[in-house]
Design a protein around this ligand. Structure first.
Ligand SMILES: *Cc1c(COP(=O)(O)O)cnc(C)c1O
Length: 395
């Protein structure tokens, strides 16, 4: 039976949690597969040498998948550390009781931020000598000590000290007794490119910085430089840690990396049909009449829209899955709803579930499809889904 009766969805399962999650599936929701994340972690660990540890990058609410649940699943499956972008994201994980090392990738630059970092036992990125002194002063004043990560800019031109100034930077941090250097790291700008020229140049600069430190008899701490693409591409980039985001969620940074590792997308986006109607030829559909029917049509209204993260720029282009078939979306996507052309399907009913991203029968639609249509990248699609969509974890 299709419809709104929440108990009919889970008749065999009487647990309170399940009933709550069924009621969250009324309008639109995101399903996260825990087993897909587990499998992706294992596939990644499989290509790492035993001494290389996996750091699960769970910034931006784990790319929209839910930071706390993903962190727990990834750690259980063998990740040894976590990375977030902001202090707040780190605190959220600590408040949920997660004890693993947490690297904050973004920069902190006020004493208050470093106090919070120390209080929550997070590990900051230090990007230059000024940040390092502020961090050292703050932590010393608290009578504490802190593990820190030093970021070298080898060519991303984002955060970090230029690689050729590594020696002065590292020496300064080493002199502050309240700080321990947990790692030195860098970040690639073009790792998803087929052409390796810039990646190799950045890697060469990283190696050069390490050689300079060695020449000054500075003990080498842990090192890391690889994001998902670099991790999949070449084990020469693995070092002590790899910082993996996208691949954890089952997407490939670029098509040419697909053959190197089996990954499974963890996210599905689903919504229900809320009304079905037949319209005569010559009827305008949705705001601005960006679609006019040229025949009698059966259309279905679906309870999901751009306020949920469905890009309005996909209006008239979006394709969704219903009953294992590809269905065309028509007219402008509105804030909370969108319309489908279901003329060729018999007896479409309110309550039927439409898959916007995910698998239905033999067909699947991935965030890569949307990214290609929009001229963007899958990373942006994944973290574009709003919190109005409940995240439901399935096994
Ligand atoms: C986001 C981020 C990563 C993860 O990148 P993916 O391509 O998603 O694996 C790694 N390192 C840094 C510094 C980042 O900002």
């Amino acid at each position: 039976m299709l419809g709104w009766d929440i108990n009919s969805l889970n008749q065999t399962n009487q647990s309170g949690n399940r009933r709550i999650s069924s009621s969250l599936r009324q309008r639109a929701w995101i399903e996260i597969s825990a087993s897909a994340i587990r499998r992706n972690v294992k596939a990644l660990r499989h290509i790492l040498a035993p001494q290389t540890q996996l750091m699960a990058v769970v910034k931006a609410d784990a790319y929209g998948h839910g930071a706390v649940s993903v962190a727990e699943i990834a750690l259980e499956a063998g990740a040894k550390g976590l990375a977030v972008a902001t202090l707040q994201e780190g605190i959220q994980l600590r408040e949920a009781g997660i004890n693993a090392p947490i690297l904050v990738l973004g920069a902190c630059h006020t004493p208050g931020e470093f106090e919070a970092i120390a209080h929550w036992q997070l590990q900051p990125t230090l990007c230059n000598p000024q940040q390092a002194s502020l961090c050292a002063e703050t932590v010393t004043a608290l009578g504490q000590s802190l593990s820190v990560h030093l970021n070298l800019d080898t060519g991303m031109s984002r955060l970090g000290t230029p690689w050729h100034q590594a020696v002065e930077f590292v020496q300064q941090v080493k002199n502050s007794r309240s700080l321990q250097i947990a790692s030195i790291y860098s970040h690639f700008a073009t790792a998803d490119d087929r052409d390796r020229t810039i990646v190799d140049l950045q890697h060469h600069r990283f190696q050069d910085a390490i050689a300079q430190l060695q020449a000054h008899n500075i003990p080498i701490p842990r090192l890391h430089i690889a994001n998902s693409a670099a991790t999949i591409m070449d084990s020469a980039f693995h070092y002590d840690w790899v910082r993996v985001g996208l691949a954890l969620y089952g997407l490939y940074p670029a098509p040419h990396l697909q053959s190197l590792l089996p990954l499974q997308p963890a996210m599905q986006v689903k919504a229900r049909i809320t009304q079905v109607k037949v319209i005569p030829p010559g009827t305008g559909i949705s705001y601005g009449y960006k679609y006019m029917s040229d025949r009698e049509m059966q259309i279905a209204v679906v309870g999901i829209g751009y306020a949920d993260g469905i890009p309005r720029n996909l209006s008239n282009q979006l394709q969704v899955l219903l009953r294992g078939q590809i269905i065309q979306q028509i007219g402008a996507i509105t804030m909370d709803q969108l319309m489908l052309d279901v003329s060729h399907l018999p007896h479409v009913q309110p309550g039927e579930v439409v898959t916007l991203i995910g698998q239905d029968g033999a067909i699947s639609i991935s965030a890569d499809h949307w990214a290609d249509s929009l001229g963007t990248i899958s990373w942006e699609i994944l973290c574009g889904f709003k919190h109005r969509l409940p995240r439901i974890m399935s096994d």
